[in-house]
Design a protein around this ligand. Structure first.
Ligand code: AMP
Length: 281
C-alpha cells in the first residue's frame, strides 16, 4: 500500500493505472475509519482492480463555529485498517496542498444543497462538492463509493456528476449500524457514556416512522409529530431538523407516497448526529 500526499504524484500514478487498462475505485473519507467506511472499501475491492481511498478532513465543508479542529483524526490507525482491507493507495493531502492560496473556484449544486443539512450548515455542500470534484479530477476513478448515511450528500454528488458531465459511476451503499441501531460515524467518538446511551433515539424514531407507515399512516405531519415526541422524551437530545421529503428533489412532502426520504439531525449533547430512511411506497 502506498501513501501519497502530493496531488501531482497521485495524478501521475492514477494516469499510469488507467493506461494499464485497470479500473480505479475511489472511496473519499475524512478518516477515523469505521465499519461504514470499510463496507465501501470492501465493495470497491470487489469491483475494481486498484482501490484508492482519500483521507482528508476538508476545511471548506465546516462552518466557522463547527468542529473542524476537534474532528477525530488518527492516521496510523487508519493506515493499519486500510492495509488490512487491501487498499492500494491512500491519498492524504494537506489542506495547503488541496487549497493553495489564492483559491477562488467552488462547485455549487443549487436547490439540492438548500434544505435539510444545507439549512443548518450553510456552505457545507459547497465544500463537499468542491472537494469531491477535485478528488475526481486528481484520481479520475471509474467508480466512486459513498454511504447512504449521508444521503443528501450522495444525491448532490450524483447531480454534480450528471450536470458537469463527469465520467465516473457513483455507487451508494447502505448505512452500517451498531447493534442498537446507531449509525456508525466518526463523530460517535465524541459521545460520553450517557450520550451514547441516548444516541439510538434517532434510529428508534425512524423505526417508529416506518412502523406507522406500514400500518397505513400517510400524513407526514402525524409521523413527524410522533418522531418529535419520542426524541423530546430523550433529555440529552435536541432536534436540529426532522423532515419528510421526496427522494429526488428533496422537497417537503405532505403525504408519504412514492419515493420518500425521512431525514433528521439531532444534537446529543454537543455532538450533531444524522440519520435517515429511504422508502418506496
Ligand atoms: P466521512 O468520513 O464521514 O466523510 O464518510 C466517508 C464516506 O463514508 C461517506 O460516503 C459516508 O456516507 C460513508 N459513511 C459514513 N458512515 C457510514 C455508515 N455508518 N454506513 C455507511 N457509510 C458510511
Amino acid at each position: 500500500m502506498r501513501v501519497i500526499k502530493k496531488i501531482s504524484e497521485a495524478q501521475v500514478l492514477a494516469q499510469r493505472i488507467r493506461e494499464e487498462g485497470k479500473t480505479i475505485g475511489l472511496v473519499p473519507t475524512m478518516g477515523y475509519l469505521h465499519e461504514g467506511h470499510l463496507s465501501l472499501i470492501r465493495q470497491a475491492r470487489k469491483d475494481c482492480q486498484q482501490v484508492f481511498i482519500s483521507i482528508f478532513v476538508n476545511p471548506t465543508q465546516f462552518g466557522p463555529a463547527e468542529d473542524y479542529k476537534s474532528y477525530p483524526r488518527d492516521f496510523l490507525r487508519d493506515k493499519r485498517l486500510a492495509e488490512k482491507e487491501g487498499v492500494d493507495i491512500i491519498f492524504a493531502p494537506s489542506p495547503g496542498e488541496m487549497y493553495p492560496a489564492p483559491f477562488h473556484t467552488f462547485v455549487e449544486v443549487e436547490k439540492l444543497s438548500e434544505p435539510l443539512c444545507g439549512r443548518s450548515r450553510p456552505g457545507h455542500f459547497r465544500g463537499v462538492a468542491t472537494v469531491v470534484a477535485k478528488l475526481f479530477n486528481i484520481i479520475r476513478p471509474h467508480i466512486a463509493y459513498f454511504g447512504q448515511k449521508d444521503a443528501q450528500q450522495a444525491i448532490i454528488i450524483k447531480r454534480m456528476v450528471h450536470d458537469l458531465d463527469m465520467d465516473v459511476e457513483i455507487e451508494v451503499l447502505p448505512i452500517v449500524r451498531e447493534k442498537d441501531g446507531l449509525a456508525l460515524s466518526s463523530r460517535n467518538q465524541h459521545l460520553n457514556e450517557a450520550e451514547r446511551r441516548a444516541a439510538p433515539i434517532l434510529y428508534k424514531s425512524l423505526q417508529e416512522a416506518e412502523r406507522m407507515i406500514k400500518l397505513g399512516e400517510r400524513q407526514s405531519r402525524n409521523i413527524i409529530r410522533r418522531m418529535e415526541e419520542m426524541i423530546k422524551g430523550e433529555n440529552l437530545a435536541k432536534i436540529d431538523y426532522l423532515a419528510i421529503v421526496d427522494g429526488e428533489a428533496l422537497k417537503e412532502r405532505e403525504r408519504v407516497e412514492g419515493k420518500v426520504f425521512i431525514a433528521l439531525a439531532v444534537r446529543i449533547g454537543k455532538t450533531r448526529l444524522i440519520d435517515n430512511l429511504m422508502l418506496e411506497i
